[in-house]
Design a protein around this ligand. Structure first.
Ligand code: B12
Ligand code: SF4
Length: 492
């Protein structure tokens, strides 16, 4: 069977810093290839909608599978699904991915027949079963499937992470993937899942708090096969178990793999497992992203971050001592007033790290979705990108965006201003000489992308597809009901 997998377009507000390899779809592609299917992949972060049409005309796929990790991409995918079904009624259209798994029924509803099914959960094991079932249209038995007729058995967890290494050869124009100065950059996955349970996050609910590791030899072998000199490690929290990090590192040394790395971790993990990070610094780890989320105890407690201000500050010290370039994230509460933004600006300017601000957003799949959804001021999927306020703001909305953009601007100038640019000029020149233009383009994009008036006006666009709020808003369901994967069920 001919399968075309499609990753949606970038979200405007992240495009400025990065564009990363869609490793989840590549893994689904690997599983479909292993089952004997002919597979192509098109990433709309790089290609246009007309490229997609050309691909459909030329490849004539029997099935098109869309990857919806990000809620804000939902309208784009519904419109594409409808257009494809219109043009090719015999083509099977399905949707999978992180966000799709939490809003499966409403996707089918919005699709009005254009989306044949949603496949909830991890796609590696279920996709080949689905493609197999298409022949006789026995969809109801496919694990994780949701159709207008109902749901199939629970989705299966992939216990062996080594089984389907990403089909990287299917990703075209790979030189377009980058993050900051790591240009070009590939992605890799060492572990899957997160044992913590922050209230604003759906990583733990998706995986049902399960946590799996790749084998160190397989992880190193995969990295050895990556052509790019830079690698973004997609793990939610890197090096929770230091012995795993050490073992991968040793396997890399044995193979003489030398690359530059970027990863995300928690502050308490960095403090506790300092040695493994120091070791990876020697292996080429240069950049790390730390989700601090708040600068006070009250905020940390509200996010159920299970970390303290002291630990956060200690982690920044550790990272500085080890010589990492650190980007940290803070969550802006829509309740912030002008004074609060000022305090955050002052704090952020007082430290050398790069500081990102995102807006607190109740996503389906998070606890906040259940506790806060009664207060939602919009149900427009496109605004659920953690750059828009979807809860009531204390300041008038336009003023809130002015403060947000002002703060982001001040923080960006810290790193992208004239003085900082002088420091990066050498890097920019080197990358341009190698034909890599992503980083240099990024430097000019900030003012075009971040604009308070535009962000404000985006609230008044006509809404064609609206999110469906939870049935019992304000009531927290039992934890297991939040999970896409119940680790006790249907493992494979
Ligand atoms: C790495 C990562 C990124 C990377 C790269 C993403 C990329 N190019 O795909 C970067 C840094 C770019 C990124 C950016 C953002 N991210 Co992000 N990201 C992640 C993270 C940590 C891991 C994703 C990953 O690669 N996992 C590993 C792979 C193997 O898994 P996977 O992609 O989920 O794919 C599996 C399944 O989903 C499924 N699947 C996927 N596609 C398909 C397709 C089909 C047809 C099928 C059947 C199955 C299927 O099968 C795959 C294999 O098991 C997740 C958290 C998480 N644990 O999921 C957040 C997460 C997805 N990101 C999130 C957010 C908010 C963002 C940003 C909006 C943040 C921002 N303001 O900038 C941006 C938006 C990016 C954009 N679209 O432009 C949220 C999503 C919230 C939501 N509900 O929309 C998450 C869940 C984090 C969170 N804490 O809540 N992100
Ligand atoms: S924010 Fe990070 S630590 Fe908290 S649950 Fe999500 S992935 Fe885990």
């Amino acid at each position: 069977m001919k399968l075309l997998l499609v990753h949606p377009s970038p979200l405007m507000y992240s495009e400025i810093y990065l564009r990363l390899e869609p490793i989840g779809v590549e893994r689904v592609a690997a599983a479909a290839l292993a089952a004997g299917h002919e597979v192509r992949l098109l990433d709309l972060q790089i290609f246009s909608h007309s490229d997609l049409w050309r691909e459909i005309e030329e490849f004539r796929p029997h099935a098109v599978g869309f990857s919806v990790n990000y809620l804000a991409n939902v309208p784009e995918i519904i419109d594409l699904a409808k257009a494809i079904k219109n043009a090719r009624a015999d083509c099977f259209v399905f949707v999978g991915g992180h966000s799709a798994s939490f809003v499966a029924e409403e996707l089918l509803e919005h699709g009005t027949g254009a989306i044949d099914c949603v496949l909830r959960g991890e796609g590696e094991l279920a996709t080949p079963i689905l493609l197999e079932a298409l022949g006789d249209r026995q969809l109801g038995k496919v694990p994780g499937v949701v159709t207008v007729e109902g749901s199939g058995p629970p989705p299966p967890l992939l216990l062996d992470l080594d089984r389907f290494p990403p089909a990287r050869h299917l990703a075209r124009r790979r030189h377009k993937y980058f993050i900051g100065v790591l240009d070009p950059c590939a992605s890799a996955e060492f572990t899957r899942g997160c044992p913590w349970d922050c209230s604003f996050c759906s990583a733990w609910t998706f995986y049902g708090r399960s946590y799996r590791q790749s084998s160190p030899e397989a992880a190193a072998e995969e990295l050895a096969g990556i052509q790019e000199p830079n690698v973004f490690i997609v793990d939610d929290v890197a090096f929770i178990h230091p012995e795993h990090g050490f073992a991968i590192g040793r396997a890399l040394e044995k193979r003489k793999v030398k690359k530059a790395y970027y990863l995300e971790t928690r502050t308490d993990v960095l403090c506790r497992n300092r040695e493994v990070f120091a070791y990876w610094r020697r292996l080429g780890l240069l950049y790390m992203f730390l989700g601090l989320e708040a600068i006070d105890e009250e905020g940390l407690k509200a996010h159920r971050k299970r970390a303290h201000v002291d630990t956060n500050l200690e982690a920044l010290e550790v990272a500085r001592e080890l010589g990492f370039t650190v980007a940290i994230n803070l969550i802006a509460d829509p309740d912030w007033d002008t004074r609060r933004f000022e305090v955050v600006r002052e704090w952020a300017l007082s430290i050398p790290e790069i500081v990102h601000l995102t807006v607190a957003t109740p996503y389906p799949g998070t606890e906040l979705w259940h506790t806060e959804s009664r207060r939602l001021t919009t149900l427009d999927y496109r605004l659920f990108d953690i750059q828009h306020a979807v809860l009531p703001t204390r300041l008038p909305l336009h003023k809130f965006y002015q403060e947000l953009v002002k703060t982001q601007g001040v923080l960006n100038r810290k790193h992208l201003g004239v003085a900082a640019l002088r420091q990066t000029a050498g890097i920019a020149a080197r990358l341009l000489a190698q034909g890599q233009t992503n980083f240099v383009r990024m430097l000019w994009k900030f003012n075009k992308v971040y604009n308070a008036t535009r962000q404000y006006e985006e609230h008044f666009r006509p809404v064609r597809y609206a999110l469906r709020p939870p049935r019992r808003a304000g009531v927290m369901p039992p934890r297991a009901e939040l999970y896409v994967h119940d680790p006790r069920a249907a493992n494979a």
